[in-house]
Design a protein around this ligand. Structure first.
Ligand code: NDP
Length: 334
């Protein structure tokens, strides 16, 4: 439950756990609804934005009501023609053990039951789509190009590195700990990685890894890193603006990019995107990614927290990099 609106950074005490009795079926008068048991919750950075009273781009959560987000669920009762009892689905649900989904608009069926169900919060769900759309549609990668991704070990970033390798690119990632840097280089196939928290000068760090410049930057963090990247872009480079997590605590007073002239002189294409606008590409994405998983050409690192009571702590942890890989909360396993 959202107990109070967040001013700047989120704390566990902004959320509380509540128990209430409900009927395990659709109440009368809810035609078109689906009643689900929630299995996995996806803990995502944008949730912080919706916990604030005024959000420029999304609707705020209602105070004293459950937080909502992506999850994987089992249909227990349905009055919607597209969903049947017993089916597994992923999409928008509430942070509850059981939820009544009145508008199953963003609800997809789980097709491949042989893959881990939790993957539908990550590689097979919204973060996977984000990486796919952001990289292939917005960055237009070409073999031999140089790619840089920030927050590289996270839900989206780890896939950018691996997609870049499948496209024949040289890829470098940055992350916030020695453990994460090791993961990027030793498990996820990045060519190079560095701990941005140990770098005094981002510009110098980027020059070390990209002596001839960056063709593609997949931006997850914004702020000073984006500024440094723009100094190091190559002619006709592309920047996909995916997220700006370094600025989410105070979007109003964010550290801006000062040198946009670099975008002009390097003829850089810099474009923001919202994954939610691109779900028509989901079937095409699955066609690409499922064989890569099955043939073990791509791997996915998850950070699993047990029990719905762990969700507030898991959310808070995203903003200091506690999560190693995609942050998932298990509500129930079946
Ligand atoms: P992650 O799994 O990467 O988790 C967030 C990570 O961000 C943390 O683990 C931490 O890693 C890093 N981080 C936290 N604070 C900072 C900071 N101040 N500076 C630099 N890094 C920081 O999250 P996601 O992969 O789910 O999301 C990545 C980005 O993509 C976010 O900005 C998110 O909002 C955005 N996004 C955008 C979408 C869209 O439609 N445009 C859709 C989905 C996500 P570390 O230890 O490396 O610091």
């Amino acid at each position: 439950i959202l107990s109070n609106y967040v001013e700047t950074s989120v704390k566990e005490s902004d959320m509380s756990l509540r128990t209430s009795k409900i009927q395990l079926k659709i109440p009368s008068g809810c035609d078109g609804a689906v009643f689900v048991k929630n299995l996995y919750l996806s803990i995502d950075p944008y949730i912080l934005g919706r916990m604030k009273k005024r959000v420029p781009y999304l609707s705020s959560y209602t105070l004293d009501s459950p937080i909502s987000g992506y999850g994987v669920s089992k249909v227990l009762d349905s009055s919607h023609p597209n969903f049947k009892t017993g089916e597994l689905v992923w999409g928008f649900t509430d942070w509850e053990e059981y939820s009544l989904i009145k508008d199953p608009n963003i609800l997809f069926k789980v097709h491949d039951k042989d893959l881990p169900l939790s993957y539908y919060t990550g590689i097979l769900g919204m973060p996977g789509m984000t990486a796919y759309v952001g990289f292939f549609e917005f960055c237009s990668p070409k073999k031999g190009e140089t790619v840089y991704v920030s927050a590289a070990s996270g839900a989206v970033g780890q896939l950018i590195g691996q997609f870049a390798k499948t496209a024949g690119c040289y890829v470098v990632g940055s992350a916030g700990s020695k453990e994460k840097v090791g993961l990027l280089k030793n498990k996820l196939g990045f060519d190079e990685a560095f701990n941005y928290k140990e770098e005094q000068d981002y510009d110098a760090a980027l020059k070390r890894y990209f002596p001839d410049g960056i063709d593609i930057y997949f931006d997850n963090v914004g702020g000073k890193m984006l500024e440094a990247v723009l100094n190091n872009m190559r002619l006709h480079g592309r920047v996909a603006l995916c997220g700006m997590i370094s600025q989410y605590n105070s979007l109003e007073q964010s550290e801006g990019v000062h040198n946009l002239f670099n975008v002009i002189i390097k003829r850089v294409r810099m474009e923001g995107f919202f994954t939610i606008d691109h779900y028509h590409l989901y079937p095409k994405f699955l066609e690409m990614v499922v064989p890569l998983i099955n043939e073990e050409k791509i791997t996915y690192v998850e950070d699993i927290a047990e029990g719905i009571e762990s969700a507030p702590g898991a959310l808070v942890g995203l903003f200091s990099g506690v999560n190693v890989g995609k942050q998932v909360v298990v509500v129930a396993r079946e």
